[in-house]
Design a protein around this ligand. Structure first.
Ligand SMILES: NC(=O)c1ccc[n+]([C@@H]2O[C@H](COP(=O)([O-])OP(=O)(O)OC[C@H]3O[C@@H](n4cnc5c(N)ncnc54)[C@H](O)[C@@H]3O)[C@@H](O)[C@H]2O)c1
Length: 257
């Protein structure tokens, strides 16, 4: 479609986006950028006061939710669809790292919580929302994976398993729902400046070692992940589905030299 505005394809006017984990870090950058792109936001964070406050700022709908709770996800999907008139874009962003530990030594409750938040939440929520998107003939699903799902690790093994599984979930959803006009993709960020990354970046020694492995020699910003999410959510990414886009300053393509 010819247009005089080259950025028009990135607009989300008239669309509703449900974002999980939107009150800080990458999710906050996504919520702000999507609002600026014209989307109406439905916000689902476990931090109720922060979720309510953000919804007020962005003129969105606050549905505080612990995404690690299956029944709470059922309520979220039902209310989000009913209150908004239909979700066009679903971003499953909420995630936890879990404790650093070899895989066999992790506490069982910590492990189950990690899988509930990082993996079962996107599986369940996409399963609840995608059929509605398909019935309307369009939709875009964006999953927050990680480069930890692309490489082996000795201390965040279960985290890596959940993130690798999200890349496969994006492929499966793309194949299942593509014929109905629904796209599904994942983003695999590298080290991004959020509270999450503070542990690494606040230690000069760890920061030097970690950033030395990254060709751009810096951590990314939440906004640099959000712009990729906007591409995938909008018509700009209209022919992109089933992909995992790596946003890591070149970390995984480098031999570390
Ligand atoms: N920051 C990084 O370096 C990095 C790298 C790769 C992937 N990621 C992924 O990106 C996503 C966001 O990471 P971030 O760094 O912005 O994290 P963050 O910890 O800064 O923010 C996480 C957000 O999710 C919310 N949240 C946590 N548990 C929740 C739950 N059970 N229910 C609802 N909301 C919950 C938090 O309140 C917060 O708003 C995660 O899935 C993470 O795995 C981050």
């Amino acid at each position: 479609m010819p247009t005089s505005d080259p950025l028009r394809a990135f607009r989300l006017d008239g669309r509703t986006a449900l974002v999980t984990g939107p009150t800080r870090g990458i999710g906050l950058a996504i919520a702000r950028l999507f609002a600026n792109a014209g989307a109406r936001l439905v916000l689902a964070d476990v931090d109720r006061p922060a979720c309510d406050a953000l919804a007020e700022t962005l003129d969105g709908i606050s549905l505080p939710t612990d995404v690690g709770d299956a029944r709470a996800l059922d309520r979220l999907a039902e209310q989000a669809e009913a209150l908004s008139g239909g979700i066009d874009v679903l971003v499953c962003n909420a995630g936890v790292a879990g404790p650093a530990s070899p895989m066999h030594a992790i506490d069982e409750a910590d492990r189950d919580r990690l899988y509930a938040v990082n993996l079962m939440h996107p599986i369940r929520l996409t399963g609840l929302i995608a059929p509605h998107m398909a019935a309307r003939g369009r939709g875009s699903i964006v999953l927050l994976s990680s480069i930890a799902g692309l490489r082996g690790t000795s201390h965040l093994g279960h985290y890596g398993v959940t993130k690798a599984a999200l890349a496969q979930l994006a492929r499966n959803l793309a194949v299942e729902w593509g014929p109905s006009g629904v796209r599904a993709n994942a983003i695999a960020p590298g080290l991004i400046r959020t509270e999450w990354a503070d542990a690494i970046l606040s230690s000069p020694e760890r920061a030097d070692r970690r950033l030395g492995l990254t060709p751009l020699r810096r951590a990314g910003s939440p906004e640099e992940v959000a712009s990729t999410a906007l591409y995938l959510a909008s018509d700009a990414g209209g022919f992109t589905t089933g992909q995992t886009i790596v946003v890591d300053g070149g970390t995984v393509i480098s031999d570390g030299s």
